[in-house]
Ligand binder design. Structure first.
Ligand code: NAD
Length: 495
């Protein structure tokens, strides 16, 4: 296996991406265009993207108000048919979506293909919600009368998304929002405008009315405020950092809007002395270094039983050294660049803080500066060991950095898992039933795994966190809680 620092071949001819575009009741040609650069080699301009103005954001809200009325009038089962067609179109265009995602944010193409496949699965799942039971019946304390509950759409929804899953996350918000009869204004991260454009096109081609799905690409400083404060917006669904999520929530909740915010994580994976080490180490490599550590559910803290610590450290150091760093479109690559210059800077600063707080670098630890990689935002996959304190242990450092911490027993594993401010996902590798069950019941994350990686998202299960990782209801299997309003109807049939 080549080592991380060995040369990798950067492809010479990149596929051409279509331009990103705004969609406000129809596709719009915008004159304020920005360059989209390849994070693996910033000399490559891969596409152009518009910058929506504040006036265009206000216009999108007005269009979405019309779209909300038009779309909610379509019977729910027919809306589901449209979402099902969208899932088929996403499947047909999966390769185009995957290439766009890789060129915009850098992840290896195999991961982008996986993301597109998940998007198909999620849209297919939401296509059936119109056929599900909606509520319950109840008695009224009067003759000839009955009550029942129903779920209605909430109205116009702002969808604000990050760049790390540029297909899957916008999709898992758009699909349930539309399936439940809401209209949507999507504002994707600035890093991934083409992927968002292609995804929106899939839904429009499937039959979603032009007024029910708008796409605003641009600077959050210019258009973000409108999406949070316009009186016509009923709800804001956000995925991104805890810092931004809390600000958005304070603004929108203060104006009486619903907010769903899925935010950062500092997820622990526990390896007990009775674990299947092969499986546990595989989970660390997938969960810790997949997407170059840029996942909210990344296994960034590994809590290892002292009896197997040395072996785990030795084997992981070897495995990390064998990761192939390079352009996401190059065959065999398993670690792409970070998504942007600012993402790399943030991660490098986090690493410096971790070392200052007492962490030791046992693998990686610096920029990958091979001549082919020097023009991209690459960091060598990095393994740290150190005390269960400081930045390595408690800060979300959104990059390929995993830290190992020694534990004595299950009590310490549970205590350390719960000690950080975040509460998104956690995992334990053990063959001890009691340890596994204690971990499930005594930890405080929104998602908990036993003998599975910390990552993954099943459409029919709630996806979400607790503590600093989330505000409001969870996503996916719990999406109806955010995208519908439960109402009660009271009916007397003799009057
Ligand atoms: P970010 O918070 O910087 O940005 C997220 C989105 O918010 C972007 O579209 C951005 O343009 C927008 N935004 C920023 N300020 C805004 C404002 N004032 N008004 C309106 N919109 C605004 O996050 P990021 O760097 O794109 O993504 C990385 C973060 O996302 C990490 O913290 C990661 O853990 C988190 N994340 C969480 C989940 C989850 O489900 N919990 C999933 C993926 C990523």
């Amino acid at each position: 296996m080549p080592r991380a620092h060995e040369r990798t071949t950067i492809i010479n001819t990149l596929p051409q991406l279509p331009p990103a575009r705004l969609h406000i009741g129809g596709w719009i040609e915008n004159s304020h265009n920005a360059e989209v650069r390849d994070p693996a080699d910033t000399r490559n301009i891969v596409a152009s993207a518009p910058r929506a103005t504040r006036a265009q954001a206000i216009e999108a809200v007005q269009v979405a108000v019309r779209g909300s009325l038009e779309w909610r009038a379509v019977p729910a089962i027919q809306r589901g048919e449209v979402i099902r067609r969208a899932s088929e179109i996403i499947a047909e265009r999966a390769e185009q979506l995957a290439v766009a995602a890789t060129l915009e944010m850098g992840k290896p193409i195999a991961e982008s293909r996986g993301e597109a496949a998940r998007a198909v699965e999620h849209a297919r799942y939401f296509s059936t919600v119109g056929r599900e039971a909606q509520g319950y019946t109840a008695n009224l304390n009067e003759p000839d009368a009955q009550a029942f509950t129903l779920r209605s759409p909430i109205g116009v929804v702002s969808v604000i998304t990050p760049w790390n899953f540029p297909i899957m996350i916008p999709n898992w918000k758009i699909a349930p929002a539309l399936a439940h009869g809401n209209s949507v204004i999507l504002k994707p991260a600035e890093v991934s405008p083409v992927t968002a454009t292609l995804l929106v096109q899939c839904y429009l081609d499937a039959g979603v009315p032009a007024s029910a799905l708008s796409l605003l690409i641009g600077k959050s400083s210019e258009i973000g405020d409108v999406l949070l404060t316009a009186p016509e917006i009923a709800g804001v669904t956000f995925t991104g950092s805890t810092e931004v999520g809390r600000k958005i929530s304070a603004t929108a909740v203060g104006l009486g809007k619903r907010v769903q915010a899925e935010m950062g994580g500092k997820n622990a994976l526990v390896i007990m002395d009775d674990a299947n080490l092969d499986k546990a180490l595989e989970a660390v490599m997938v969960g810790g270094f997949g997407t170059s550590g840029q996942r909210c559910t990344s296994s960034s803290r590994i809590l290892v039983h002292e009896a197997v610590f040395e072996e785990v450290q030795r084997r992981l150091t070897e495995a990390v050294g064998q990761l192939r760093v390079g352009h996401g479109l190059t065959a065999g690559i398993n670690a792409g660049p970070l998504a942007s210059e600012s993402a790399l800077e943030d991660v490098m600063q986090g690493l410096e803080r971790a070392v200052a707080d007492g962490a030791t670098v046992v693998a990686g630890g610096s920029r990958a500066e091979d001549s082919d990689l020097a023009n991209g935002w690459f960091l060598q996959p990095t393994l740290l060991t150190g005390p269960a304190t400081g930045a390595a242990f408690s800060e979300e450092i959104f990059g390929p950095i995993v830290s190992l911490h020694s534990i004595k027993d299950i009590d310490e594993a549970i205590r350390l898992n719960n000690e950080v401010e975040y509460g998104l996902s956690a995992s334990i590798y053990t063959s001890n039933l009691e340890a596994a069950n204690r971990f499930i019941f005594e930890t405080d994350t929104g998602m908990v795994h036993v003998n599975r990686p910390t990552v993954g998202a099943e459409p029919h299960l709630p996806f979400g966190g607790s503590k600093a990782s989330a505000i409001g209801p969870s996503e996916l299997g719990a999406a109806h809680q955010f995208f519908t309003k439960t109402r009660s109807a009271h009916v007397r049939w003799k009057f």
